[in-house]
Design a protein around this ligand. Structure first.
Ligand SMILES: [Cu+2]
Length: 278
């Protein structure tokens, strides 16, 4: 549930769209939410002792500053082999140990909170998927649980016929809801989504994420389903141009029917705040 409330916060934070020469828009959020889900399997080298049930969650709000970002964080954990003697943010790729960048606490209790300042280099590493959080114990001084840091945000736009281009036929009462949570680690994001709809003029033959700004038709970027039933859910990995469009609010979701093959209901997806650019 915590992620839902964080996600709602995410919808309220400011986003600036900066036009870049060449036509592609690059988006920078003033504030993003980040997280790391920790377990022993991700720790390198592999920890000793009975660690199968050891878990931890690191969540933080990163707010842009003149020199990088300020991080307001919270750490919870359980089922460790002993006391949590320290927790850190390290720099390092998945599966690789790396140096400590930020000392979070030491010793640590589950539920600990704090504030840390990230310089531009650490912020860049964090947003490139190059940082992890881990918790150290007496048995596992090198780290017992670990998780790579990614950014997370959610959106839930409403689909209707009014937003569809060209204007659909006979679909005044048709509507839908697209809910999606994006977790971005480095250059790719995983979108966990769900689509519901009602009162279409016929069966839903397909639903897509398209590239395009409000009021403009654009190409299919992600096929969500086809045919589709209301309540369908899935996961899609997005990168490059599609991820950039989602971060910029330049993508939409629509549902196609036999009567309206070009699209019957549509929702512009609001800009998803996943990246701070110093
Ligand atoms: Cu479509």
């Amino acid at each position: 549930m915590r992620w839902k409330s964080l996600a709602l916060l995410g919808c309220a934070v400011g986003i600036a769209v900066v036009a870049v020469s060449g036509g592609a828009a690059r988006v920078t959020a003033e504030q993003i939410h980040v997280r790391a889900l920790m377990n022993a399997a991700e720790e390198a080298p592999a920890p000793a002792g009975s660690t199968a049930a050891a878990r931890g969650t690191f969540t933080a709000t990163a707010t842009k500053t003149a020199t990088g970002a300020s991080l307001q964080w919270r750490l919870t954990f359980g089922n460790l082999t002993g006391d949590a003697v320290a927790a850190h943010i390290h720099t390092g790729a998945p599966g690789q140990p790396g140096p400590v960048t930020v000392s979070l606490c030491g010793p640590c209790t589950s539920g600990a909170t704090g504030t840390a300042q990230l310089d531009a280099t650490v912020l860049a590493a964090l947003q490139n998927g190059g940082t992890y959080v881990n918790v150290h114990t007496p048995t596992n001084r090198g780290g017992e649980i670990r998780g790579q840091v990614g950014s997370v945000a959610s959106v839930r736009p409403v689909l209707n016929a009014r937003q569809e281009i060209p204007k659909p036929k006979g679909a005044a009462r048709a509507k839908g809801r697209f809910t999606a949570t994006a977790v971005k680690t480095g250059a790719s994001a995983v979108l966990s989504w769900r689509l519901t709809f009602s009162k279409l003029t016929g069966r839903a033959v397909a639903a897509h994420i398209h590239l395009g700004r409000r009021g403009v038709a654009g190409p299919v970027a992600v096929t969500l389903c086809g045919p589709c039933r209301s309540g369908v859910a899935g996961r899609s990995t997005v990168t490059g141009q599609v991820l950039a469009a989602l971060e910029a609010g330049r993508a939409y979701v629509n549902v196609h029917t036999p009567r309206n093959p070009a699209g019957e209901i549509r929702a512009q997806v609001p800009a998803i705040p996943l990246t701070i650019t110093p």
